[in-house]
Design a protein around this ligand. Sequence first.
Ligand code: THU
Length: 127
Amino acid sequence: MIQNLTEAAMTARANAYAPYSNFFVGAALRCESGKVYTGCNVENASYSMGICAERNAVFQAVAAGEKKFRTLSIVGGKTDEEALSLPCIPCGACLQVLSEFCSGDFPILLADGIHKLSDFLPNSFKL
Ligand code: THU
């Protein structure tokens, strides 16, 4: 199950568009429905217009009507070897977006093992 989710993240990573950083990221989000939504980073010549893989995956899921998430797998790196061996910790913006839908114990699978959302973001902005 965990293996499959990371494979899905690697498949999404293959579509990453990262000609500026050459850092290719893939994310796969399993929802309570059992469905998996994926995302990759998509960069832009106007640098700040790019989007991270994780937010791309979350937005795909929400656009499909899903808001209850079970697990997220993230792989990132300049090479496949790097992506499968070095943890790609989600950026602060992606953590804030995840915190909108997930509690602190939400599992995040990285190359070095299972973490939880609160490991990276112990508190988040709430209105
Ligand atoms: N990136 C992600 O996709 N996810 C993260 O959590 C961190 C960074 C992307 C953004 C940019 O396209 C590239 O990695 C280098 O920063």
